[in-house]
Design a protein around this ligand. Sequence first.
Ligand code: JFZ
Length: 445
Amino acid sequence: PAKKRLELKYGAQYTGKRTDAAMNKWRSNRFGQFIHWGLYAIPGGVWNGKTYNYAAEFLKSSAHISTATWDSLMYKFNPKKFNAKEWAKMAKKMGVKYMTITTKHHEGFCLWPSRYTDFNISNTPYKKDILKEIVDAYNAEGIDVNFYYSVLDWHNPDWRYDIKSKEDSIAFRRYLDFAENQLKELATNYPTVKAFWFDGTWDASVKKNGWWTLEVEKMLKSVRPGVIINSRLRADDYGSRHKDSNGELMGDYESGYERRLPDPVKDIKVTSWDWEACMTIPENQWGYHQDWSISHVKSPLELLEMLVHATSMGGNFLLNFGPKGDGSIRSEEQNIAKTIGDWMAVNGQVIYNCDYAGLKKQDWGYFTREKGSNQLNMVIFNVPVSGLLHVDVPKGMILKKAHFLTTPGQQIKVEEIAKNQYLLHMPIKLYTSPQVIVVECDNGK
Ligand code: JFZ
């Protein structure tokens, strides 16, 4: 029996993927840089000589530091080695097309001179509008800039985790006005912002105020037409988050994949909506942590595989960086950016503008394809010892010719072994980076 659709005042505003120019650009970008930068970068996970292994941006809470003590870090924020142009150049070389930066994380400190709180960059020794420097530098490199904004706020006394009294609801209403004012300020004063990435919306207080999340979505879209909002902002009339009570995605794309990716077989349904996965380089550190020996640090090849994996399922990949308190970027992150960038400089065409190819996942790696193209990309991460790549094609599809992306003159043997089944003969040798094979195909009807 068909489920009864609930009448929702604050549910999804539309169904299906947005296909306007702004959203098409967001989707074609595919690879982005996430930047977590705030006061937490100064202690870097270490307090009074003790290292806290939990996420560095949560140090205030893991080390039970009082708000007054934490907030005084503001007077130490003076990134002497910061150079926005160098950050942007590094990002450009890595091959990202967009960057998402924490304008305000849970600690409540604002990287821009907000007129709604003193807890902001203009009261640090640095003084200048650092957010503006960053936006301008990235935009100058042709990189879209998006704003992360935490609704959860450990600094503002009006923030509430839940609403249990009249006093709570009055205070929290003030808080919601404050946050909406800040968001309007960001959208107005940084007119090139392309998207907002909301976080810290999981508490009961926000879930009980779903109306506000829709109001904010509408406000941002009216101030900045075309702007893109992640699903994490939203809650509906019944406190249902990301997806409304009728199961429809709220906001413009799904942002629930955090430090994980959809399964290429079981989760293939994600190809029917827009989504983005965000990823840390260590296990769970977003802000700068001094000691990366406390967990596995992903290699550039692991991260590249995740980027390709995301593209192959029609999603974006947002790779996190946590700059130091002095404004420099740790060497491990620079090396990762360089290695990924070298690969992207040669093979970027199988990422940008590419999407789910419509074929079954195979053991050797991932397919990507530009929508409607007769060119199928195969990105090989696991070369079989036989050198034979098995390709199962959907009914009606014919594989014609294949070659490595970098050697278009040399053909790779394409052998049809059964109905809808092919073998590609890859030279047997040691490959030290993911190989890309471009296949010319006939898609059938
Ligand atoms: C949040 C933050 O708490 C964290 O510091 C970082 O900014 C990250 C990007 O977002 O952490 C989350 C948010 C959502 C989930 C898990 C951790 N989630 O949906 O599983």
